[in-house]
Each structure stands twice: as C-alpha cells, then as structure tokens.
Design a protein around this ligand. Sequence first.
Ligand code: URA
Length: 271
Amino acid sequence: MNAWANWENDFEIACAALAWQVELGVDEAICDAPVNRFELPAAAPERPAPSAAAPAATPTAATPAPAQTDPVAVAEAAARAAPDLAALQEALAAFPHCDLRLGARNLVFCDGQQNARVMIVGEAPGREEDRQGKPFVGEAGQLLDRMFDAISMGRAHPDPSRALYITNILPWRPPQNRDPSLEERAMFRPFVLRHIELAAPDIVVLMGRISAMTLLDTAEGITRIRGQWRELAGRPALPMLHPAYLLRNPAAKREAWADLLALQARLRGDG
Ligand code: URA
C-alpha cells in the first residue's frame, strides 16, 4: 500500500471510530485541543517489584514518609489569605487540587453586584456557564432571573437592596453536568465561605440541594429544608429549590414562590 492509501485508510478508521462514539452519546471533546497520544513521551520505566532480598524501606526518623497533601487544608489556607474578592478569584484559579479545571473552558467565579444584600450560591457551572465564565446563564439561570424579577430583584439592579450577587460551590464545570463529588464539595467549601465573608451580604440564598447540603453541612434533603431560615457564617441563609429542579417539576414553583415572598419580607424587615 502506498502512503496515500495508508492515509486514506487511517482517515476512514478514525471517521468510523468517531461516528461510533457519537452513536454512543459522546457529544463533546473534554479538552480544547486534541491530544496526539502517539506524541506523548514514553512512559516512565517501571519500578522493579520489591523482592524478598530488598524489602520495601519503612519510613524512619531519617527518611520521613512524604506528607499527603490535604486539599481541604490547602484550600482553607489559600482562602483565608485572600484579602479581597479579586485575590480570592486568583487563589481559586491557582488552586491545583481539582482536575475539573483541566476539562473546563473558564473559571466561573461570580456575576451581579458585589454590594448586593442578597448573595445566591448555586451548585456548579453547566455548559453555557463554562462557555461564558458566568454563573446561571443557561436555561436554569434564565428561570432564576425571572423568579427574582417577580420580586423586583436582579443581578443588574443598581440598588443594593434589589441587586443579586451570584456564585456557585464549584468554579469549574463537572463533565456531563454530573453532581459534584463529596471531595470536590469539601475542597471548594472554604473558598465559598470566604467568598461570603468578603462579599458580606445580609442574606445568603442556598440554591438547591448541593449548595444547602455543602454549606449547612447537613444530610437533610432540600425538599425538607427549603424555606427554613438557617444560619451560615453569622448570616441568615435560606435554602431554596434549584431552578433546574423547577424546570423538571413545575408544580414545585408554588413552594419557590413562597420562599421568594419570605425573602422579600425578610429584606423589608418584616419577615
Ligand atoms: N446551575 C447552578 O447551580 N449554577 C449555575 O451556574 C448554573 C446552573
């Protein structure tokens, strides 16, 4: 076979492999640039298996075992050291212990007004949020905007008592919008708590199950605790049903409306 025929053959095989993946439901590439695995450096030589003649070294005072990095402790130190929101965003971008950053297009930090009386904490960016680098800009975000518009509040409102400030537990999009793992939630929790401290809202809205469970450190379900005022970082916090849940369960909009009215009353000082 000449080189041209070879190339044609490879091309057809690659096309068939791609078509097969699409048929299986693959709908996106995880990295921006393709990775040519034939060009990756050769694997590191395998270590010889420990033999009876050379037993594995046990750590002694002279050779201490390498300390395991605790991502939560690293996150706590990095978050504590951030003096303002810009520094906190930089600390998140530099935080190396979450592989989600490798597959994400953008870090999603915040949207809205930093002096807003109400701060909303959602779950994690989806596809559209990842694309735009802003929280709640996809379908669920549009519903969130309509919900708050119904009580005359919004992320672009210039009046702090009507404005919203919005963030998420995770700053990076999980693949296929899967739920954030317990480890991911634990390592970003210190950043979110510091985010709340620095933004200093009067009220925090915990938007959805993941946000409420992570920040209130509870196993109680969201349908049980929604609408119940809790305390978070010295502030009143209101767990609410996530707009993505409301899109799937429109009948639950009644509860969401009750929670919005409770929020409005609390902001007016009569709730
Ligand atoms: N859902 C969230 O919880 N956050 C977003 O930013 C988008 C969807």
